[in-house]
Design a protein around this ligand. Structure first.
Ligand SMILES: *Cc1c(COP(=O)(O)O)cnc(C)c1O
Length: 368
């Protein structure tokens, strides 16, 4: 039996009447740019993320760009981030003319190692950008303590972690700004690109709001140069239909993760993902295993028709575009090992019990 890594058609089949109605309503009223559905979704998202403000933008990447820009990051500045993430986390820092400064991960959580942050701070450091990878938040208490001590801003890359919680506090509500993505493969996926910024800081909210529309305030008057980055009204309408289901979808993912954890416990040559003690809600955007035999495992899974993928094979310090930063290949052992050994298997909410059994049996057979 083939099992896809993700199957979005099942979610649509389940929500079709509501989704069709919401999209057709937008086509009918015609307010395609910043229509009423956008404000409505922003209010719902702020409630979900437990922040005062939420602002829709065109993508998760743009959320990070606008957030860092609003925090004053620009040429000559340094931003500290993890060495192991999706490319956008580092790319946005470079695109703002600033220098990304990479820090190795904690090998248990795959998230930035807080104890390695302080030695990376220089007089040029402006911000820290932790990434909440795979649906689990980074260890935020020590990160916030370091930021307070050195007067740095914290921008959370929560693209993979909407609704996840650290000691009871949701992703995007702890740092100065939180950034989310509605790329279709995220836990809350749009019908295309979309992103969101969350904050409790009225000044940062207003600045981000101006930045998303060319920096204008009022219309056609520009004190600053901004972006063209709005959440489409149609995407907001789709997201409002899906948001009420998000918590139960994440709980389904946890159920699947629990079963994998039980089935794979003690299997030789396989490391299951750790739920850290400070994680009070893990949303499992990915269920990520590690194995020294990763490449053979992946080949076997593909041959059996089981969806799997590597998030992410190449840590930032080994990316060609960052060669100019001068890192040494052996500088970040934990992220390098993760890049060589991790692979993710299906964990989406609509996966059936029989499909998961197939994944489990195949993984075990390949290691036997
Ligand atoms: C998906 C993702 C982004 C970028 O989001 P887009 O909406 O695709 O631009 C940024 N950071 C992380 C960690 C992501 O997973």
């Amino acid at each position: 039996m083939a099992v896809p890594l993700l199957d979005l058609t099942r979610q649509y089949a389940y929500l079709k009447p509501e989704m069709d109605k919401a999209v057709l309503a937008v086509l009918t009223h015609g307010k395609f740019i910043l229509g009423p559905e956008v404000t409505r979704f922003e209010n719902e998202a702020a409630t979900y993320c437990r922040t005062k403000y939420a602002l829709g933008v065109a993508s998760g990447t743009d959320a990070l760009m606008v957030a860092l820009h609003a925090c004053g990051v620009g040429p000559g500045d340094e931003v500290i981030t993890t060495n192991f993430s999706f490319f956008a986390s580092a790319g946005v820092i470079s695109r703002l003319g600033a220098t990304p400064v990479f820090v190795d991960i904690d090998p248990l959580s795959y998230n930035i190692d807080p104890s390695a942050i302080e030695t990376a701070i220089t007089p040029k450091t402006k911000a820290i950008m932790p990434v909440h990878l795979f649906g689990q938040m980074a260890d935020m208490d020590p990160i916030m303590a370091i930021a307070r001590k050195h007067n740095l801003k914290v921008v959370e890359d929560a693209a993979q972690s909407i609704g996840s919680e650290y000691r009871g506090r949701p992703a995007g509500s702890i740092g100065n700004i939180g950034c989310f993505s509605f790329f279709p493969s995220k836990n809350l996926g749009a019908g295309g690109d979309g992103g969101l910024i969350t904050t409790d800081d009225e000044h940062l909210y207003n600045l981000c709001k101006i930045l998303r529309e060319h920096g204008q305030q009022p219309q056609y008057y520009h004190r600053i140069v901004g972006y063209n980055s709005r959440l489409d009204t149609i995407q907001a309408a789709i997201l409002s239909v899906k948001l009420p289901y998000l918590r139960q979808w994440s709980e389904k993912r946890i159920e699947h993760a629990d079963r994998y954890d039980r089935e794979f416990a003690g299997v030789k040559g396989l490391t299951t993902p750790k739920r850290m003690p400070y994680t009070t809600f893990h949303i499992y955007n990915q269920y990520t295993l590690a194995s020294p035999k990763r490449d053979a495992m992946m080949a076997g899974l593909r041959k059996a028709g089981i969806g799997c993928a590597i998030y992410y094979p190449v840590p930032f310090h080994k990316q060609e575009c960052f060669a100019y930063l001068g890192y040494k290949p052996d500088q970040f052992p934990h992220s390098t090992k993760a890049g060589n050994e991790v692979f993710s298997i299906p964990v989406y909410p609509e996966m059936t019990e029989a499909e998961q059994t197939e994944v489990i049996t195949t993984v075990k057979a390949l290691l036997a």
